[in-house]
Design a protein around this ligand. Structure first.
Ligand code: PLP
Length: 234
């Protein structure tokens, strides 16, 4: 059943291409972010050998060990994206590790991140995480709050806001996620009209639903277990 991460990577790429074609999008319209959380550097190195360079981690602390370990194993320049919740006291460390943040979800956090990025001479790419379902335990901007803060967010000098990210409520079938993906795209379209700027990025779709996400306009899917197998958190 487990063919190895590099074979699975090819299979995910094939399915991504098919989903893009089905929806009349270009073959390369959607990027693949391979989610390496919980997997050791040596395992991630297998995927690098297969030619993949862009990885996502959800915890700053875990990444702080893995990223240097991996860069001592491979010669390629890798790109790291933070996909998990970012705490204020980890912002400085995160900016040293990640070039893209998928989880900025308040003006306070955005402003603080921009300030620290300025100090460090960096300008990370940022997706604003949106909580479309209003789930109490989930992080993310409510759509109304995001509309309210939009001008302030766009005035920040040292973050480059490139789009929106969502994690839909737990679902039983991939189709259950479709309305949420469509809703994120519509919110993005609305924000673009309001602000008169483009937010080309839609970070949506995971192992269980990335094909549906691509059909609904995803520009980057975050895929872990479909490539590495089931994670073991014990
Ligand atoms: C873990 C994680 C993923 C990947 O999940 P899979 O189902 O293993 O593909 C994607 N996005 C976020 C935010 C995650 O935390």
């Amino acid at each position: 059943m487990f063919n190895g991460a590099s074979e699975r990577l090819l299979e995910v790429r094939r399915l991504m291409g098919r989903a893009a074609a089905r929806s009349g999008r270009a073959d390369d319209a959607c990027e693949l972010l391979v989610v390496s959380k919980t997997w050791p550097a040596a395992k991630v190195a297998e995927v690098v050998s297969a030619g993949h360079l862009c990885f996502g981690e959800n915890k700053v602390q875990e990444a702080a060990g893995k990223i240097p370990a991996l860069s001592s194993m491979v010669t390629e320049d890798l790109h790291w994206h933070l996909i998990g919740h970012l705490q204020r006291n980890k912002v400085r460390k995160a900016l040293g590790l990640f070039d893209t943040l998928h989880s900025i979800d308040s003006i306070k956090l955005a402003r603080y991140t921009s300030n620290i990025a300025g100090e460090l001479g960096k300008k990370p790419n940022v997706y604003l995480q949106v909580d479309l379902a209003g789930e109490e335990r989930k992080n993310g901007y409510a759509a109304d709050a995001l509309r309210r803060d939009l001008d302030d967010l766009l005035s920040l000098e040292n973050v480059s806001i490139i789009g929106l990210m969502c994690i839909p409520p737990a679902a039983t079938t991939p189709e259950d996620a479709r309305p949420w993906f469509a809703q994120l795209r519509e919110l993005r379209d609305d924000l673009e009209v309001r602000a008169g700027v483009l937010f080309p990025g839609l970070s949506m779709g995971m192992s269980g639903d990335f094909e549906v996400a691509i059909e609904e306009g995803s520009t980057i899917v975050r895929v872990g277990s479909a490539i590495f197998g089931q994670r073991d958190y014990t």
